[in-house]
Design a protein around this ligand. Sequence first.
Ligand code: ADP
Ligand code: MG
Length: 685
Amino acid sequence: MSATATGFGGLVECEAWTRTRAAARPERLEAGVESLAGVGPALRSKLARLGLRTIRDLLEYRPRDYQRPLGETPIAHLFAEQEAAIAGIVRSTTVRKARGRLTIFKAVIEDDSGSVAATWFNQPWLEGRLVAGTPVRLRGVYRRRELHVKSYDVGEAAAATADFAPVYPASEELPAGRLRGLVERALERVRDVPDPLPAALKSDQALPLRRDALVALHKPRTLEEAESGRRRLAFDELLLLQLGIARSVREREASVAVALDPPGDLVARYRRALPFTLTEHQERAIGEIDADLRLTSPMQRLLQGDVGSGKTVVALYALLRAVESGRQGALMAPTETLAEQHFLTIESLCSELGVGVALHTGSVRGDLDADVLVGTHALIQEDVDLPRLAVAVVDEQHRFGVEQRRALVAGRSPHTLHMTATPIPRTLALTVYGDLAVSEIAEPPASRKPIVTAWVTAERSSDAYTRLRRHLDEGRQAYVVCPLIEESETSVARAAEVEAERLRRGELRDYRVGLLHGRLRPAERRELMARFKARELDVLVATTVIEVGVDVPNATIMIVQEADRFGLAQLHQLRGRVGRGADQSYCLLISRPREQLTDTAAERLEALVATTDGFELAEKDLELRGEGQLLGTRQSGLSDLRFTRLRADRELLERAREAARALVDLAGPLADEVEARFAAADIPA
Ligand code: ADP
Ligand code: MG
């Protein structure tokens, strides 16, 4: 570390600046991207779609990769299937429209040794830029006598095609080369980047200046340089996170919960009333919860388990423990649909036990004195007072804002169980939820058959529907999921209506088709779900609102249209709607043709076909998406975990943890930054 810390490209420049520069002005980093010359409203909104709004966002945009070092190859020496860089002159060009929306731009490039056709996909505007006679430098893969261009420079200088040039995560509308130019211009303001770390810590840890780390990240001369820059930036974000966690742990240690009596008669009757015996994993989770409930420090436990693994059964146990101690339990779900589903499940069991349950949501006002309350965030409105609350279960906790979760516990200190069906890999859980204890239900009840998943491309979608109709003809039910491409909920609903109509006339002509989307009123939605459950409907066409909480064991097949548009975790959640009964269930993922998919989209679909294990998929997601986005919470300050590579950075994490313990009481720029981050962040309080 210390050896590379002095080797930064940025350091040299930085010494020059110290002589001439005015004081750093960090506020200038918050200027919008439009403050760069040439960035207008159109480009600004394209950047915004990548989450790039300010100069700081550009500076902190992590390259996905770097160009490998390559010498220039004479065109006559190009070798099949190899990546190469060439330099030459454009001789002639053509643009051709191919199938779909694909355009192919070709240019014949010539150097002293010979000529080659170079191809670009979907960049028709090149026609105006690469006119005959233009000198160019290209990098690409030589395949079937053509160079498939990956990056290019117009002119003789190497920038985009240079060795170790950064490759940024791009979008269809903003290619990597464009992003590179913008980041480069943002780097002109790098001297305004402040360094929040105390000097002593920096020298202890042999860390470079933050601004030098950013220069190294974007313009490394070697991969080692890039890596040590990344590590400094990762250290910063891990330290902030650990400081936030240290603070929330300290706040919690100051609060007091009611210690509950040991398990009694009510939960014993509950166990007997269940139509099955609990699995070993469920028993272990229950044991861990029981141990927490005995204490006066409030339980803060994360219960992780795949969809259908039996978490709700465990959650109800925790709620009943409150009831048998003469107190109240509350379950809070992020949507009304989900709250209603929970209510139906829980109520039928509770009425057998003589325990009162009430549903309390935005549209249904329940009796707030009931033993068990199920609801949405309506439970935490100001006029709701729950003095007897002893155990709170928060389902899909990552979907709530921190404010909402704070409000649930404000002024009370219930024992809290956070439930999630989107398992977080252990490494990430330890980092991000360092202040939560974790229980895992790693295996579903044994009677469950793993869902068979197949990936079919759009041209074979009629086969998928044939298969679906076969299930319907056997008296089974099905889901068809439409993608959520539009921005507003209203237009999604409209698109779903159009699609449902199309299916009613086409593939699902002879069947009873219902449509579920987020725009339905709660009463309509309840009625629709009840009809589906009662088998008055054969197929539920739905947007992603069925993602969680819907439980119809007779539904044995699901088609997901345009599955390549969904995230891995989301697809896994959707798939969990089938396979709820004892019969074999199927999930058919329909996508665009393979050659139109990005590599990661194809890998996501392959991963889903390969396994139904949510923990394994979570690891895969971590690998494909990087750690920041895994949290799936754009509103959360924690999505700022963008430089950390959890598996590689275990040791860095330990160092950050240790440093945080020493710094938790320190005031100054670092504390201010923690303050700023965690005001918005989604950390369980
Ligand atoms: P989750 O909340 O994790 O999605 P649930 O608690 O809703 O899972 O359980 C899914 C289904 O499995 C429910 O129908 C439930 O009754 C059933 N189930 C739960 N635990 C067991 C068990 N130990 N043995 C058999 N079935 C179980
Ligand atoms: Mg459930």
